[in-house]
Design a binder for this molecule. Sequence first.
Ligand code: GLN
Ligand code: ZN
Length: 768
Amino acid sequence: MKTNNLGYPRIGSNRELKKACELYWAGKISVDELIQNGKEIRRKNWHLQAEAGVDLIPSNDFSFYDQVLDLTLTLGAIPQRYHELAKTNSPIDLYFAMARGAQKDGQDVVAMEMTKWFDTNYHYIVPEFTKNQKFELFSEKIINEFKEANALKIATKPVLIGPISYLLLGKEKEEGFHRIDLIDKLLPVYFEIFEKLQAEKVEYIQLDEPFLALNLTDKERNTFTQVYNEINIRFPKIKIVLANYFDCFGENLATALALPVDTFHLDLVRCPSQLDDILESGKLAANVNLSLGVVDGRNIWKNDYKNSLTLIKKATDALGENRILVAPSCSLIHSPCDLDLETNDETLTPEIKQWLAFAKQKVNEIVVLKQLASNEVIAQNSVAFERNTIANDNRKTSTLIHNNDVKARVAGITATDDQRKSNFATRRKSQIEALNLPLFPTTTIGSFPQTAEVRSWRAKFKKGELTTEEYNELIEKETEATIRFQEETGIDVLVHGEFERNDMVEYFGEQLSGFTFTKNGWVQSYGSRCVKPPVIYGDVSRPNPMTVKWSKYAQSLTSKWVKGMLTGPVTILQWSFVRNDQPRSETCTQIALAIRDEVVDLEKAGIKIIQIDEPAIREGLPLRKEEWANYLDWAVKAFRISASGVNDDTQIHTHMCYSEFNDIIQNIADMDADVITIECSRSQMELLDAFANFKYPNEIGPGVYDIHSPRVPSSAEMVRLLEKASAVIPVDQLWVNPDCGLKTRHWDETKKALIEMVAAAQEMRAAV
Ligand code: GLN
Ligand code: ZN
C-alpha cells in the first residue's frame, strides 16, 4: 500500500507567497528574491511530506498565481494582446501581466478572465483559444521543479491538468470551432513534456481530469478514450495517475475505467458509493490501482479513521494491498496550512481544535491510515487510532455542538414559514403607499469606502488600543457623514455604509453561536488573495440582534429610508467551512432562522426596507445537473424563511453579483424578493435579458456602473444603460444602483460616480 498526495498549499503557512508577490508587484523586492521565496516554499513542502512518509509527493503544484495560468504559459497559449509585451518583459512579468493586466511604460493590456474552479472558492485564469490556436513548449516549469526536487533527493510525481480538462476549462475567443477540436494540436506539447520528464527518470505523472465528474458529451468522452490510449502507446513506462475529484464519474464511469492508466484517483468524500460501483462493475483492469481519497481536502474536520478504514478494507479485500493508495480527496490547496499555528485558545478552544485537521495534519492522516490499514507499526498507531476515536466521539456528543432548541425549531418549521403574508402584487400596493418612492428610485448596494483609516480603527479596537466607546464613536461619525453625503446627493434609499464590518460573512459569524474563527486558517482564493472562512461547528442560533443598533442609528439621522443590510443564509454557508456531521441544508436552515429573527427585529426597530444579500447562491450549484433541483429547493427555501417574517409593507431586497442567471431565473423568481439588484454594467445590460425573457414579475435594479474600476462613468453612459433596461423591463419595475458594494473604492471617485448616477435617474424620470 502507498500514500498519494495530490497537491499541497503553496501560499506558505504564514502566507509567505502573498507577501512576496505583493512586494514584488510594488517594486520592493527583486525578481531573484521572489523566485527564491517560491523555491523556499517548495523545499519546505516537499520536506514536510517526505518526512511525514508520503510516497507519491506532488511537484508542479506550486504556482506564483494559478496552476491553470502556469499551464497556459507552459503550452505557449499566450493571447495575441500580450505578444508585444512578451518581447520586452521577462517571462514572470509576462505571466503576471496575463494574470493582472499591465499598465506601465505606455503599455496597457487587460488581464485574462478569471472564474471559479469547479464548485470551490478558488479562481483560475481562463485559457483563451482561437481557431488557429498554436501550442508550443514555452515554459519548462514542470520539468525544472521536478529536477529541483530531485536535487533535494526527493523523487516527486509531477502534477499536470490533463489535456481534455485543460481545453474544457478554456473559452473560444472566436466563432467557428469548439475548443475540444484543438486536442490534436495540443497533444504534441504534452508528449514533449512527458519525454523530458522521462529523460529525468520520472516514475509517476498525475493528470487531473476533474471534468470526468461532470456531464460530458459523447464527443468529449470519445476524446478521453483516444487521448489516453495514445499516451499509453507512446509512454508505456510512465505510470499515469488519473485524478478525478469533487464528484463521481457518473455516466462517464465505463469510459473512465477503460482508460489504460496506472491508477485511478477517487474522491471518496464527495462520493463514497463509487468504490462499490467500481469494485462491483468488474471493469477495473487487473493491475490497475486505486487511490482512495478518504481524507477531505476541502474541509477542516479531522478524519474519522474508523470510517476510512472500512472503505480501505473493502478495497484491499477486493484488490489486495498492493493496488491501493491512500490519499486526500483532492489537492490540499483548498485546506488551510497548519493547525499547529492556531494558538488562540479563546476563539479556537482546545475542545474544538481537537476536531480539526489542516493540510499538514491531513498529510499525517493519510500516512497513519496506510499504516493502520496495512498493520504497520501497530503499537504506535493504535494510540493514534484511539485518540482519533476519542476526538470524533467527543464531537458527536459535545454540548458545544448540539442545541436542542435549535433542532426543535428547525423540526417545527411549517409550510407557512417560508411564505410572505400576501403575494407580490398585494405587497407592492402596501409598499408603494408606505414608502412613497419616485420612479427609478436610486440606492446603493450597502458598503461605502472602507478606507485605510476605517480599517485601522478596527485593528486598534481588536488590539485593545481603542475602547468600545471610542471605536463606536468613530464608526458613528463615519456613518453620519455617509448619510449626509447620500442626502446631499439626492439618493432615495440610503444605507448606513457597513463601516462596522470587516467582511460580510465574518461579521455575522462572529455574532452567531455555532461559529468560530481561526487565526491563520488562510486558503488561496486567487493569486495573492487569500480568505479565512469562518468555521461552522455547531447548531447555529442568534443570541442577540446583530445589526439593529447600526441601522437604527443611521435611520435616526435622516427622514429618508435607510435600508437594513444582512448577508443571506446561503452566502454565509457557502463562504464558511461547514460542519460535515449533518446535511448542508440543515445548517443552512438554522442560519436562515437566525437571519429571520434579525429581519423581524429590524422591522420592529422601524426599518422598512431590508436587503438580504445572496451573491453566492449560484456558485453553490452542484457540479452535476441532476443534483441542481435538490440544492435549489433548499437554498431558495432558506432565503424565503429568512425573508418571510415581516409585514406586507416592509420591502425585502436581495442582491447578487455577476452570474449567469439564465439557468436559475425561475429559482430567483421563487425567492420572491420585492426588489433584486444585480451586477449588469460590464455586460452592457445583456444579463438583464434573462429577467426580461422570463417576464420577471418583481422589481429589479440592474447595476448601471462597474464598481471594480476607479473609473467614473458619465450620467450619459448610465442613461444609455437605463434606456436599454427600460426597453425590456417595465419602467415602474426599475431601480437605479451601482453593480455592487463600494467598499473597495475611494471616496473621491465614489462621490463623483453617485452624483452622475442620480443625474441619470432624474433624466430618466423626466423622460417618462
Ligand atoms: N452589501 C454588500 C456590500 O455592499 C454586498 C457585497 C457583495 O455582494 N459581495 O458590500
Ligand atoms: Zn455584489
